[in-house]
Design a protein around this ligand. Structure first.
Ligand code: SF4
Length: 412
């Protein structure tokens, strides 16, 4: 791994290559094209505004006291126009995340969505997902999302238990989730996702079961359930280090995950990734693109992009991002070696329930320098019943999903 610092941009090169003159996303996208023609299928848009900073959150988001949403949208559309020359095929998915995109007033949200549609090629059936905090969905916002033909709205429910929301310092009234779902349904939004967090400090399997019960009763089309991660430098991790909060035990967390798996299966939801379940036909195409290790372009402060084994991140500071442009200044650039790309293909592809086609597994094992090591790791995990080579695919077993992180790290 070589670390190269170019004009304040940190460039990590795992193949020892070099990169010079990198300042903006445009520079990196051009460099990625030297590895082969770009093939961006997805677009990620980062809106950094939130009502309140939740204590577990390490996304770039903040409460904006300067009301910069108008200049944000103008700057974002200029960035989209600059990116257009790299996007040569119609985009199949657009994911607007953050932050809380629905903090933008409805009129500005429309300006942003319509502006992106004008500036970038989009497939006729492009999947639009917009993330929302339930308390930001009132009748006007729901109507706007329906009128904009957004296919999916992803609501951060996290929990319906006030004590667990308090433990996470997540400020919303649990009743606002049902209200938001009903307004979105009435406005004609076709698919609704609910995000849940389990294994919060002090949580029990019974609370997890109650959360699932409430979530399922709202009849979402998609559910994401993530075990709480104590991200470095978040207020929650500080509290953990100070002993103010305690992690739940590994057994408790495993039991909560097991309950999620069983309860959602019993309700007919299909698990299609370690932490994601959907009704038939409601899988998130944008997330599937990430797990296929596809190429996507990111717009907005802190947005990540990926093309041809090159990953980069826009500068995670609104002021710097607004001050420069139209292409975003970048902070981190990673040039993945052939071997690192193979590791990522395994790591991401095996998170999906169907796994990876065995012919592709063989191709991957021929690339890079880690083939013998990975072949041995696969054999070991197959013998332990965590992976299975069934029919045409290699995939995780149910016990393998329970231990996905430790299995997959061996193939990285
Ligand atoms: S609403 Fe979402 S993005 Fe905003 S602080 Fe909370 S978890 Fe982070």
């Amino acid at each position: 791994m070589t670390d190269i610092s170019v004009a304040g941009v940190r460039v990590n090169s795992s193949d020892g290559g070099s990169a010079t003159g990198i300042r903006s996303a445009e520079d990196v996208a051009e460099m990625a094209e030297t590895r082969g023609p770009a093939s961006y299928e997805g677009l990620y848009v980062h809106v950094p505004f939130c009502r309140h900073k939740c204590h577990y959150c390490d996304f770039y988001s903040f409460v904006d006291s300067e009301n910069r949403s108008g200049v944000f949208v103008q700057r974002l559309l200029a960035e989209a126009a600059a990116a257009a020359r790299f996007i040569r095929r119609p985009l199949t998915s657009v994911f607007v995340g953050g932050g809380t995109p629905t903090m933008l007033p409805p009129k500005l949200l429309r300006e942003m969505v319509e502006g992106l549609r004008i500036r970038l090629p989009m497939a006729a059936n492009v999947e639009w997902t917009i993330e929302a905090n339930p308390e930001t969905i009132d009748a006007a916002m729901a109507q706007e999302l329906g009128a904009l033909c957004v296919r999916r709205v992803s609501l951060g429910a996290q929990s319906f238990d006030r004590s667990l929301l308090k433990a996470l310092e997540r400020h919303h009234d649990p009743a606002s989730v049902a209200r938001a779902v009903s307004l979105l349904r009435a406005a004609g939004v076709p698919q609704i996702n609910l995000d849940l967090i389990f294994a919060a400090p002090g949580s029990t399997v019974e609370q997890c079961a109650a959360d699932l019960h409430e979530a399922i009763a709202l009849q979402p089309d998609h559910l994401s359930a993530y075990g709480l991660v104590y991200e470095p430098n978040t207020p929650l991790t500080v509290k953990l280090k100070q002993g103010v909060v305690q992690r739940v035990s590994d057994d408790n967390e495993a039991a909560q995950y097991e309950h999620v798996v069983e309860a959602l299966a019993a309700e007919g939801f299909q698990r299609y990734e370690v932490s994601n379940w959907s009704r038939s036909g409601a899988q998130c195409q944008h997330n599937l693109l990430y797990w296929r290790n596809g190429d996507w372009f990111g717009l907005g402060p802190s947005a990540a992009s990926h093309s041809r084994g090159v990953r980069w991140r826009n500068v995670p500071r609104l002021g710097d991002w607004l001050a420069q442009g139209p292409s975003s200044p970048v902070q981190d650039v990673e040039l993945l070696s052939e071997d690192a790309q193979v590791g990522e293909a395994f790591m991401l592809g095996l998170r999906v329930v169907g796994g990876i086609e065995r012919t592709r597994v063989e191709q991957l094992l021929q690339r890079g320098c880690g083939g013998p090591r990975r072949r041995a790791a696969i054999a070991r995990h197959v013998a332990a019943g965590l992976l299975v080579q069934a029919g045409t695919h290699l995939h995780l077993t149910d016990p393998g999903f329970q231990m996905a992180d430790s299995v997959l790290v061996d193939l990285l």
